[in-house]
Design a protein around this ligand. Sequence first.
Ligand SMILES: [Zn+2]
Length: 44
Amino acid sequence: MVVQTERDEITWYECEECGLLFDDEDDANKHEEHCDAEEPSYLQ
Ligand SMILES: [Zn+2]
């Protein structure tokens, strides 16, 4: 899931799975679709 966060008056979009920050919401959403950070939780 992508969460919106504000830092230094700039809005960032953060991937909740891996913590990556994007300055573009589309980039964040595209990343999140392919983010595999949630996989390891059940592979462990
Ligand atoms: Zn991610």
